[in-house]
Structures are given as structure tokens and as C-alpha cells.
Design a protein around this ligand. Structure first.
Ligand code: ZN
Length: 292
């Protein structure tokens, strides 16, 4: 880790202030040793849930005890490791704290928004892509990840100035690339729109959760089922999802592209078009759909 503990502490204060949390009271940070390898470099743990150490997140016994203590248990807990630079550290901290804000806004939505991610993953596996290298760019299109990355990009830009060319082509680039304003009020609508691109995957997720799809959708808001039915009736919506996955690049195309992200552009564009189309359908409803 190229960031000293003191510096990391300062960046945590900055990220908390920007996200609107009282540091070490409403939100607590745990630093884990070691690098992320292919695992996640940071994680947000919702208030109230029990924290345990495992192979992926080898928290020390005193950290586990602290995270589960009566005074911490109802705080947002963020665990991190492995920063290449202070800029990456600040971006990651703010990213995770945006997930904390998403939880504060709607805990039901927060608890099921990842269904869209698993739905994409399921349909991705079913289409047997020639390579997975760099496919993370598709997951960064998930609306809740997009918002978290935007929050990271805004704060890192304010604090450190514009990202360099090498930072913008690094694997951490999603934290710096897009600093557009976040519209938290439309998150549920955007999650619903994204999920509708992968209906087969969503059915699989509901089945895996052992809950009917309409129960899962209720987490997105009272009218989510109505919105889902509207989108499901338009076959072109799911066609965007299918088209995206039929355009996955081969290993050789990925290797000959300037960055893996470039090779995934056609798939990425189809998902973006599908999202925009589905969001427009949902947004045009009158009276407006009641979503979380
Ligand atoms: Zn995230």
C-alpha cells in the first residue's frame, strides 16, 4: 500500500464529509492487509448486519469484534485494502460511501439492486463469451455503480485536480472517468430499466433467492411490477441485452485493443442504448411510477 495510515485517515475524513457522514460514528473504516488479487478492493457493509472474517476479507479478530460491537453495529462499515495511490484511496472510500448513501435513501432498494448485476452475470455465462478479460466495464454500467463512481470522480477531481492520461487508462479509471451529477431520486427507475435488459437472468435471480419475481421487484417500489410489465411487453428492450452479449469480443480482439475496455465498446454501447430506451419508457408514464 502506497498510502500511509495517517494519509488514509485524512482521506477518510474528507470522503465522509463529502458524503455527509460523521466519521467514526456514522461510518467506520477498517483497513485490511494484503492485496485484492482478483477480489474486490473495497466493501460497504450495511448497518445492523453481522461482520465476519473470511478468506476474501481476512479482518483481524479485533476488527471483527469492533465492527460487531453495540456502538459500531448500526454504523456503516467500510473495509478496504490495496491502494496504488492517494487518489485511488480517496476514490474508493467515496465510492463505498455512496453505497452507504444509497442504503440511507432506500434500504429495500439497496438490498435488491444487485439483482441486476447477477442477472447480467447469469445471461453473460449462458452466452459463453470467448473471454472475460475486461468485462468489468459492463458491470460499471449498473446504475448504482455508475453513481458511486461519479461521486468518486467528483471528489477526486476537486481534491487532486484532473486525472492524468495514465490514471484514465488504468484499471482504476472508472473511479475518475465520469463526474456527472448524481440523481439519486431516479436510482430505482434506472435499476429497473437496467434489469429489464436481462429478464431471463432476473427470473433466475428470483428463483435463486426463493422469492417470486414480483416480491423481488417490490423492493424497487410499489409500481415496479407495472414498470417491469411495460418493459417486458417491448421485446426491443431485452433485444438490447441480447445484442450486447452477442457482441462480446474475442481474446485476440481484446489483446490487440489499446485497453480491454475499448474492445468491449460495442457491448457497452448496446447496454447504454437499452438503458436509455427503457428509462425513457418508464419516465414517460403518467402518473409517474411510484418507485423507491
Ligand atoms: Zn460499488
Amino acid at each position: 500500500m502506497k498510502v500511509s495510515p495517517g494519509e488514509l485517515g485524512d482521506l477518510w475524513l474528507l470522503a465522509c464529509e463529502d458524503a455527509g457522514f460523521k466519521p467514526n460514528a456514522e461510518a467506520v473504516l477498517y483497513v485490511v492487509n494484503g492485496d485484492a488479487d482478483n477480489g474486490s478492493p473495497a466493501i460497504h457493509i450495511e448497518p445492523g448486519s453481522a461482520v465476519g472474517a473470511d478468506e476474501e476479507w481476512p479482518l483481524r479478530p479485533n476488527q471483527v469484534e469492533d465492527a460487531n460491537s453495540p456502538i459500531r453495529r448500526h454504523s456503516h462499515r467500510v473495509a478496504v485494502r490495496d491502494f496504488g495511490s492517494p487518489r485511488v484511496a480517496l476514490g474508493r472510500l467515496r465510492h463505498e460511501l455512496e453505497h452507504a448513501r444509497q442504503y440511507e435513501r432506500s434500504a429495500p432498494l439497496y438490498r435488491r439492486m444487485a439483482a441486476g448485476r447477477y442477472a447480467l452475470a447469469r445471461e453473460f455465462e449462458l452466452c459463453e463469451p470467448p473471454s472475460r478479460k475486461g468485462s468489468g466495464v459492463l458491470y460499471n454500467l449498473l446504475p448504482f455503480e455508475e453513481d458511486a463512481n461519479r461521486a468518486a470522480a467528483r471528489l477526486t477531481d476537486i481534491h487532486f485536480g484532473p486525472a492524468t492520461e495514465s490514471e484514465l487508462t488504468s484499471t482504476d479509471a472508472p473511479l475518475f472517468r465520469d463526474d456527472a451529477a448524481i440523481e439519486p431520486d431516479t436510482l430505482a427507475l434506472r435499476v429497473l430499466a437496467f434489469s429489464a435488459l436481462f429478464p431471463e437472468g432476473m427470473a433466475w435471480v428470483a428463483n435463486k433467492n426463493k422469492e417470486p419475481l414480483n416480491t423481488l421487484l417490490l423492493h424497487f417500489g410499489d409500481d415496479a411490477q407495472l414498470g417491469w410489465d411495460l418493459l417486458y411487453a417491448k421485446t426491443e428492450i431485452r433485444d438490447y441485452g441480447r445484442a450486447a452479449l452477442s457482441q462480446c469480443p474475442s481474446e485476440s480482439v481484446i489483446d490487440s485493443s489499446p485497453t480491454p475496455a475499448v474492445a468491449w465498446s460495442p457491448s457497452k454501447e448496446r447496454i447504454q442504448e437499452g438503458k436509455a430506451t427503457a428509462e425513457a419508457v418508464l419516465g414517460a408514464q403518467r402518473p409517474p411510477l411510484r418507485l423507491n
